[in-house]
Design a protein around this ligand. Structure first.
Ligand SMILES: Cc1cc2nc3c(=O)[nH]c(=O)nc-3n(C[C@H](O)[C@H](O)[C@H](O)COP(=O)(O)O)c2cc1C
Length: 215
């Protein structure tokens, strides 16, 4: 049971304005901006979800081609469509635009140079948004799942838009938090851009080794 309703806050925070907004945008109407950003279809490359999944491959070499703002808006909006525990949306996104901070993030992410990417999104856990009356460890578990799913949605959206990405899980949490000036613990750093070259997806184990049927 929920104790109270979550804050009526959009993922599009006060500091973030999508490039395109409806003229009659009313911040009081839930999902209005989200739906608008998701519906602008001009730059979508691939609308077949399974084709997007089948083609996705991590990229560690990005071209210098800048990523269009409308694509970034859509990637962020995609994160906002992910399910979250109790719909409390126990995560936040930090969109790192400062070039110096991106360089510092390379160091904070185990010196992985590709972290200095055209687009850098940091998905942080925010268990304080998860208002279930459950033990702290459950709220933290929900927040990490919320943040992870949201980043996964963004990763697929990036692929659908003709971009590629690399998920960074190897980082010094405190260093990242200091750079982006937050008390929230990061869950993943998602680096996005146009790939220097398109590569085939990596192999996976056989499905029959993956799935354990339990009767
Ligand atoms: C939880 C997690 C942590 C990861 N951390 C890193 C990382 O720190 N650095 C990196 O280069 N790739 C990282 N990756 C990307 C994986 O190496 C990559 O997804 C994997 O090799 C499969 O390749 P694919 O994404 O092309 O299918 C991470 C992926 C996940 C899901």
């Amino acid at each position: 049971m929920r104790d109270f309703e979550p804050d009526d806050e959009s993922i599009i925070s006060q500091d973030y304005e999508p490039l395109d907004s409806p003229k009659d945008f009313d911040p009081g109407v839930p999902n209005q901006l989200l739906d608008y950003v998701l519906r602008t279809t001009s730059e979508i490359i691939d609308t077949d979800l399974f084709a997007v999944m089948a083609k996705r491959r991590s990229t560690r070499k990005f071209s210098d081609k800048p990523v269009e703002t409308t694509k970034i808006d859509k990637i962020i909006a995609a994160a906002d469509t992910a399910p979250t525990a109790g719909n409390y949306q126990g995560f936040e996104i930090f969109y790192v635009r400062n070039l110096e901070k991106k360089k510092l993030l390379v160091e904070a992410c185990n010196k992985q140079p590709y972290v200095n990417a055209p687009v850098v999104l940091i998905f942080c856990k925010n268990p304080s948004r998860v208002k279930f009356n459950f033990p702290d460890y459950v709220l933290k578990k929900f927040a990490i799942q919320d943040a992870t799913l949201a980043a996964g949605y963004s990763q697929l959206a990036a692929q659908a838009l003709g971009l590629s990405s690399i998920w960074i899980g190897m980082f010094d949490e405190q260093k990242v938090m200091d750079i982006i000036e937050t008390d929230l613990v990061p869950s993943s750093v998602l680096c996005i851009g146009y790939p220097e070259q398109t590569k085939f997806p990596k192999p996976r184990r056989n499905l029959k080794d993956l799935v354990h049927v339990t009767w």
